[in-house]
Design a protein around this ligand. Structure first.
Ligand SMILES: [Zn+2]
Length: 444
């Protein structure tokens, strides 16, 4: 069932006695649901869900609407060299430092409408609330920049979280723009075609980055809680292994002489599943998967000459992850020997497990108290643009529940009252960040 966002203002959360959440009186919560409905039409699929791959026509349409909404909200809109779209809200004046907020409008193929889009649109509503407060005479110490990061999903172009990686200096713009999709189209050309290659950089040296996202897992719902604060991310190792055997007829070729690249790859796939059970513990689970396989020549009557598999290993425990990586090498070596093929590692990417900013967690904690809700401290297993910014500034990541833990699927949904709660928390946290007095020596 596609999301409907039935929302009525009687769902409004009753705030506990004491200090109400900051900015709530300037917030138009209904607008979030209007925006979600509108953005759900860009790349919408028959039968529900969306397909809005990075730099596709549907992504272009969503980006244009986002840019218009930003402009209408009083932001100065820009597009940077790798297609990140940003809106700068001048809350505190030209010389004031910056707080960033954002997420992504691109999606997986046949995805839900909330992953990424919720965070961007809630950011837009929050920014408007802060702008209204400024007009009403509230004084801010920092400006706010809202960002739609380019190619977060990594479904069309790899690596994932590409736009934020370039911003964080982890990936050069040249390499990012030359990444090719499955049809050989470069990201730079695809962005040029939809009119989103620019030259306006996102403000550097931000004081903080705040992202609101659906959990994409079952923990909040299982605990009966409505708001989560991320304390750390799991580490991940992503490898592409290529097995090379010999092309041969599947009929007459004697079994003993076959050098079957697909068979060796298959042994690795099965062994990796066992590895998760062998190395993972209750305290330090290991998640392993092979989500994609490419076989050549991919004919029913031909022994595979080449098989590429995309492997992921994830754990919060660096020691478990390191052991898993070593075991993967041993597993691939023995599979290759057994099937008389060779293998190589075509690419490898390592995202270390890290703690998120304690200061941003305190902002989120205080916000939950003002909202009168219990907060769950949790890990993020999936990657988010926020993780690319951990070494740059105070990074806060807020989660709302995902019904049934379902995500990357058209049935992805979150109860409207939780979507509204997340927006209130984000607005409150951005308020705290943008009004915090500056330490001496900081620009103002
Ligand atoms: Zn996402």
């Amino acid at each position: 069932m596609p999301a409907t966002y039935e929302w009525c203002s009687s769902d409004t959360h009753a705030f506990p006695p004491g200090l109400p959440p900051f900015g709530h009186e300037y917030l138009a919560v209904d607008q979030l649901f209007e925006l979600l409905r509108r953005f759900g039409t860009f790349g919408s699929l028959e039968g529900g869900g969306i397909s809005r791959l990075a730099a596709s026509d549907a992504d272009g349409a969503a980006r244009r609407e986002f840019a218009q909404q930003l402009e209408r909200a009083g932001a100065e809109v820009g597009v940077d060299a790798v297609g990140n779209v940003h809106g700068r809200f001048a809350l505190a004046g030209a010389d004031a430092p910056w707080i960033l907020c954002g997420s992504h409008l691109d999606s997986q193929p046949r995805a839900g409408e909330l992953d990424g889009t919720y965070g961007v649109l809630a950011g837009l509503c929050a920014a408007q609330a802060l702008m209204r407060a400024r007009e009403a005479g509230v004084t801010f110490s920092s400006n706010l920049c809202l960002v739609n990061w380019c190619n977060e999903e990594g479904a069309r172009f790899q690596p994932s979280m590409l736009g934020s990686a370039v911003y964080a200096g982890k990936l050069s713009p040249e390499i990012a723009l030359s990444r090719k999709d499955a049809h050989g189209i470069e990201l730079g050309d695809a962005l040029g075609r939809i009119g989103f290659l620019g030259g306006a950089p996102i403000p550097v040296n931000p004081r903080a980055y705040i992202e609101l996202h659906i959990e994409q897992g079952p923990m909040l719902e299982a605990a009966g809680l409505h708001l989560g604060v991320v304390r750390r991310n799991w580490g991940a190792v992503k490898q592409k292994l290529v097995f090379v055997g010999a092309q041969a007829h599947t009929g007459p070729t004697p079994m003993a002489e076959r050098r079957d690249a697909l068979l060796a790859a298959s042994r690795v796939i099965v062994k990796l599943r066992q590895l998760a059970e062998e190395l993972g513990t209750t305290d330090s689970p290991l998640h392993t998967s092979v989500g994609r396989i490419h076989v050549e020549p991919n004919s029913p009557n031909t022994v595979a000459a080449r098989a590429e598999i995309d492997i992921e290993l994830r754990s919060a425990d660096p020691a478990v992850l390191e052991r898993a990586r070593a075991c993967l090498h041993d597993i691939a070596t023995s599979a290759a020997q057994r099937d008389m093929v060779r293998f190589e590692c075509a690419s490898t990417e390592h995202r270390p497990a890290k703690a998120l900013s304690a200061k941003a967690q305190r902002w989120i904690d205080a916000s939950a108290s003002r909202l009168g809700v219990a907060l769950m401290a949790m890990d993020t297993i999936s990657g988010h643009d926020a993780l690319n910014l951990i070494d740059l500034c105070e990074v806060g990541l807020i989660f709302v529940p995902s019904a049934g833990g379902i995500t990357h699927h058209p049935d992805e949904s979150t109860p409207p009252a939780d979507l509204a709660l997340g927006l209130r928390a984000l607005t409150d946290v951005l308020w705290s960040a943008c009004t915090e007095p500056l330490a001496s020596g900081e620009p103002n």
